[in-house]
Design a protein around this ligand. Structure first.
Ligand SMILES: *Cc1c(COP(=O)(O)O)cnc(C)c1O
Length: 452
């Protein structure tokens, strides 16, 4: 067994640049990528990975980068987490696939049992497993429509739910997700989100909910709504945290109207925000919840979990797919969940927030180009604006991100206006790496925005 595959122990937890970024070998591979890979597949950082572990990504030129992206909130337990690697190796050697709908296996059932335990609410639950977040969201919509006998799905401004045809309709942002890809699915209705930084002052959570729900009642009709689908903290939309009371008011309205409250916790789930799920912060219990990303330590897996009677409304054979709940991905998920429990990674996410927020607020004070610092747990963002205004500055955001990349820190951008820098470190990241990454960010602002 090579040491490359056994996790962080074999990848020194340090930032170390030995070439410019990207280095010559990455540039060579980039040329091959350009020639062979469709240009519609985007690229954040043109660095090719050789191995990764914990909070570090090592590229083909030998540069070690600090990872503040986790492959978009996926490797929360750390890249190549030792227990995940071990579980995957054992499963892949035993059997790789049978199709759960043909000849089932225990791992799938065990993941569904874990989902019943860790998701909010102590009601009877059941789950179905899929391959990607978008597929989970599509299936949640199918279940909501089937269980309620209604068709309308309510979604929010700035929402992101995926790139398949139905989920493009649910996603808000045109470029790059929807441009030229229509026509889109019908019976999808979009209403305003609670966005404290950009809402009028004094718009509380309950008032923002009333604003959205008045539109639903007037334009859709409460009795036609199968489900209200919402990210409890928006991901691609820029880590928009709704004002306190917004989510509970939406959930209350759903209960009163016979619509399902469907939480898309694909990005927020699995300890990312300092709880198992972001809905817990306000005690909201969703009827259906979609999960993916952090669930399986980097292997593709997704789920819909919900009230047993809703999940069981669908006829046998109505849900599924060839690979859904693949045994290797299930083994990885069980190891991931066990790691999160044993290492209290929800607590680790809260510790990351405690380190990051004061540093980012100090940076906000110094620079005058950060309009908002927000987020929860290890899901933290800053929104960049022109000084003295709330006018989005996407151009500066791009320059800061590139400056961080050049100095060996992986950061991601987000937001409807492209002006949000978001931070999604692995929950196991060492304090020294996190602090060093924040130093690099400070320097990037000093260089690009003239911060002291
Ligand atoms: C990433 C994401 C999706 C889509 O997941 P894929 O696995 O990329 O299909 C859906 N909803 C949210 C909130 C996400 O962050």
């Amino acid at each position: 067994m090579t040491d490359v595959l056994t996790g962080p122990a074999s990848v020194t937890q340090e930032r170390r640049l030995v070439t410019e970024v990207p280095g010559p070998r990455s540039r060579e591979l980039l040329e091959r990528r350009t020639a062979a890979v469709a240009s519609g597949v985007g690229l954040t950082l043109p660095v090719f990975v050789e191995r990764a572990g914990g909070g570090v990504v090592v590229d083909v030129d030998g540069n070690s980068l600090i990872d503040l992206g986790s492959g978009i909130a996926v490797v929360s337990v750390g890249n190549a987490a030792p227990r995940v690697v071990e579980a995957v190796q054992a499963q892949v050697a035993a059997f790789t696939h049978t199709c759960f709908m043909v000849t089932p296996y225990e791992g799938y059932v065990a993941v569904c049992e874990e989902l019943s335990r860790v998701t909010p609410g102590d009601h009877a639950k059941k789950s179905a497993l899929f391959n990607s977040g978008a597929e989970a969201v599509e299936n949640a919509v199918k279940i909501a429509r089937h269980a309620t006998g209604r068709q309308a799905i309510v979604v929010f401004d700035h929402a992101y739910h995926g790139r398949t045809n139905l989920t493009m309709a649910l996603t808000a942002k045109n470029m790059p997700y929807k441009q030229g890809f229509g026509p889109f699915a019908t019976e999808v209705y979009r209403v305003p989100m609670s966005y404290p930084y950009r809402d009028e002052p004094g718009l509380t959570g309950p008032k923002a909910a009333a604003r959205a729900l008045a539109l639903v009642e007037a334009q859709v009709g409460a009795g036609n709504v199968a489900g209200v689908l919402i990210e409890p903290i928006q991901g691609e939309g820029g880590f928009v945290v709704p004002a306190e009371g917004f989510l509970p008011a939406i959930a209350d309205w759903c209960r009163a109207s016979g619509a399902l409250f469907v939480a898309d916790e694909i990005q927020t789930g699995f300890c990312r925000t300092g709880d198992w799920f972001a809905c817990e912060a306000e005690g909201v219990v969703p009827d259906l919840i979609t999960t993916a990303k952090g669930i399986a330590g980097g292997l593709p897996l997704a789920a819909v979990t919900g009230r047993a009677e809703l999940m069981d409304a669908v006829h046998s054979g109505g849900l599924g797919g060839t690979y859904g709940g693949n045994p290797v991905a299930c083994a990885a998920a069980l190891a991931t969940i066990q790691t999160m429990r044993e290492q209290d990674l929800a607590g680790a996410a809260r510790a990351i927030e405690a380190t990051m927020l004061p540093r980012l607020r100090a940076l906000q004070e110094r620079t005058g180009v950060i309009g908002d610092v927000r987020g929860r747990g290890a899901m933290i963002a800053i929104e960049l604006v022109r000084p003295g205004t709330s006018e989005p500055d996407a151009e500066l955001t791009g320059r800061i991100a590139r400056a961080c990349h050049a100095q060996g820190v992986v950061v991601l951008t987000a937001g409807t206006y492209g002006n949000v820098l978001r931070f999604l470190p692995p929950l196991v990241i060492g304090e020294h790496l996190l602090t060093e990454a924040l130093d690099v960010l400070d320097a990037a602002f000093a260089q690009e925005a003239g911060a002291r």
